[in-house]
Design a protein around this ligand. Sequence first.
Ligand SMILES: [Zn+2]
Ligand SMILES: [Zn+2]
Length: 338
Amino acid sequence: MDDLAYGTRDKRGHWRPNEPLDVAPILVWPWSLSKFLKWLPGYFYPYNIVFIAIACLFWFYLTPSKDSMQTLGWGWVLWIFVRNAASILILFGALELRLYIRRRQGGHFKYNPKFPAEQPSDAFFFKNQNVDNALRTFGSGVPIWTVWEVLMLHAWANGWGPWTLFGDSPFWLIGFGLMIPIIHEVHFYCIHRLIHVPVLYKWVHSVHHNSINPSPWSSLSMHPVEHLIYWSDTLIHLILPSHPLLLLYHFQVNSTGAVIGHIGFDKIETGADSGVDTHAFGHYLHHKYFEVNYADGTIPIDKWFGTWHDGTPEGDRLMKERFQRKKARRTSPPEDAG
Ligand SMILES: [Zn+2]
Ligand SMILES: [Zn+2]
């Protein structure tokens, strides 16, 4: 595919799409049914369909019995860890292999012309972004995700919380399931703003931002404190009536789903004239410019708070103006109290 038919590449080789990023037409005014219907398939395809399928696979075939999960024991806890680690290794690994190791489409549709393997940096363990990201993913990310999942499944197995059955509340559970990516995004926005507070940024969130040029391994490469709060959105299943299949879907959305913003390519080419949109550009801009696009635009929170960047030169201009205003506020002398 010719990526220059879809975007432009600047002198330094950075590619950006021609079409400005837009927020989902859910909470925008004037509301348009035709825009909503045009957007809706992209809410499911490609990602959420995959996450639902993996959640079903996990629930029906790869989750221990309710009886065994009533008591905490190393056997089933380790099984869940291995199953989660394997899913990340296979899914993130497949993307890495295709796009970053075999480089099947070269730099086509790649936002940043460089590949992380070519950029050693002291910011990373062993000066290597891929090794650092993988160590953090499997060393603290997957273990902490597993602890959250184990505690939630243990609560379900013991009947702690308002758990229900599909036969008893089908419409509620389907509606709740449809909302899970949005619930995750709102929660992520809140904790994300929190860890951008300078002291927490320096101590915690800078670890994730070391990957200015992210690849799939960057998705769950975070400080353990960020890992600890990252999965806390699943506590909602102890507040609202839920089913463990929805819980496992939620863990797919917030675990495997973290890869969406870190693919580094705008399309994954599937043939000479075909490709799948990744929806990675919004979060790529967050990694590039830090103080834009804290959420992913399903809910227009960044627009409401003035931090939205649509990826265009006009978006660059608005961002620079905002940064200058912020700098001026910081450097201006304090108001005269008298
Ligand atoms: Zn990120
Ligand atoms: Zn951030």
